[in-house]
Ligand binder design. Structure first.
Ligand code: GLC
Length: 409
């Protein structure tokens, strides 16, 4: 079997890390299959794919197409992104679309894959516009389609061009059915992770040095939010929660991550977050590391990992990664993330956006080392049972085979 993976980004956000897990899982289970990756930019995804033995090539997005994104247009964050700016970028992108689609179609004709696995809305639409002769296209959804006003219309329009949809949670699948209907078979494949890389013991990082902070005193409990800089990832809620903790509590917060996407708007800058920390009076209690490539090492350097997304999280890969590292996790319970963990057993939970409740969870973990140890141990055991990435190939291979059987050449 030959599979061509298409990625909408060359950076390593959750959707791309999940794609790497899919490719690694297939490599191990089906070593004779030939896997190709088409990426819109050079970067860490190409490097990591190559090191897995996947033939990765770059078909660079023209600049306006790379910048085009409707993530900031829907919902409360929408105010941050001007509709006018979006329309101008869209107009410029349209001018470059024909040429890009022509090259994509030519490349796919040369690779002659049995299945095209499109990761990310942009590549899902581009694969459809390319009008591939064989309809063996699988869309892998990582986000809620309904929150993306433009993509929702396009995906609904082009749904007949794809033969199966894979969603990363039941919640994302239900949302997709509401938007695109049930004209395409829909499968839920929960993400999984590399349990040999995300381990309780292993390399750590000096988060204080990376954040430009003096070394923390002995006994300080390190609590960190590890996320991309999407405005809905809850950095402001985390800072607010830190500001509600008693000054005497031995805790230091960290915001681990940087703005990695090149699409318009929708992301915080580190400067903006520093400004927030200053106005909340917590700038001496929180460090900003910037983007960290080795997220496993970053998580191992923390005692508590916080997930604070303010909107329902489609899945929350970072939650299972932190659990695999045996860390005590506090997560915001909504959307697909609610399918992932069991509050009180392997984690603690708060309602999205509730800074007071998040502060309470953090305080109980900072003051109770036994609770941290117990939750961390249960968390590791839970991911070993449910989220080992060998499951990914076991679930995806039958989907690819079914797609090939239905659309036999
Ligand atoms: C996207 C989603 C996130 C998910 C990841 C991998 O980044 O927002 O919730 O964990 O994709 O599926």
């Amino acid at each position: 079997m030959r599979i061509a993976f298409l990625s909408s980004s060359g950076e390593l956000g959750g959707a791309e890390r999940s794609l790497l897990d899919v490719m690694a899982s297939l490599r191990a289970a089906e070593p004779s299959w030939s896997l190709h990756l088409i990426c819109p930019a050079e970067g860490p995804l190409v490097r990591e794919a190559n090191s897995l033995g996947v033939a990765a090539c770059v078909l660079a997005f023209p600049e306006p197409l790379a910048r085009l994104g409707d993530a900031g247009l829907g919902g409360p964050a929408g105010k941050k992104v001007g509709r006018v700016a979006f329309l101008l970028t869209a107009l410029a992108a349209c001018g470059t679309l024909g040429g890009y689609v022509w090259k994509l179609r030519a490349l796919l004709n040369t690779l002659a894959p049995d299945v095209v696995h499109a990761n990310g809305f942009k590549m899902q639409v581009l694969a459809a516009v390319a009008g591939l002769r064989s309809k063996r296209v699988v869309w892998h959804l990582h986000d809620y389609v309904s929150t993306r006003p433009v993509m929702a219309r396009l995906l609904s329009y082009f749904a007949r061009q794809c033969s199966a949809v894979v969603a990363n949670s039941r919640s994302v699948a239900a949302d997709a059915v509401r938007v695109i209907g049930s004209k395409v078979p829909m499968f839920v494949v929960h993400n999984a992770t590399d349990l040999c890389r995300f381990t309780p013991c292993g390399a750590t990082l000096n988060l204080d040095l990376m954040s430009g902070l003096p070394p923390a005193e002995v006994g300080i409990v390190r609590v960190g939010l590890v996320a991309t800089m999407g405005r809905w990832k809850g950095q402001q809620v985390f800072l607010d929660a830190l500001s509600r903790l008693p000054r005497s509590l031995p805790v230091r917060g960290y915001i681990v991550g940087g703005p990695i996407y090149v699409t318009n708007g929708g992301q915080y800058t580190v400067e903006e977050l520093r400004g927030m920390a200053t106005s909340l009076g917590v700038n001496d209690r929180v460090g900003f590391t910037g983007f960290v490539e080795d997220s496993a090492a970053a998580m191992r350097s923390l005692d508590v990992v916080v997930h604070a997304s303010t909107s329902p999280e489609p899945f929350g890969l970072v939650i299972i990664e932190a659990m695999a590292c045996g860390r005590a996790v506090v997560a915001s319970r909504a959307g697909g993330a609610a399918e992932v963990f069991h509050p009180g057993v392997d984690s603690l939970a708060h309602i999205p956006g509730d800074a007071a409740a998040l502060a309470e969870c953090i305080q109980s973990l900072v003051t109770d080392a036994g609770l941290r140890t117990r939750l961390g141990r249960e968390a590791r055991a839970a991911v070993e049972r449910q989220f080992d990435r060998s499951r990914l190939s076991a679930e995806l291979v039958p989907i690819y085979q079914a797609v090939c059987a239905v659309h036999a050449r």
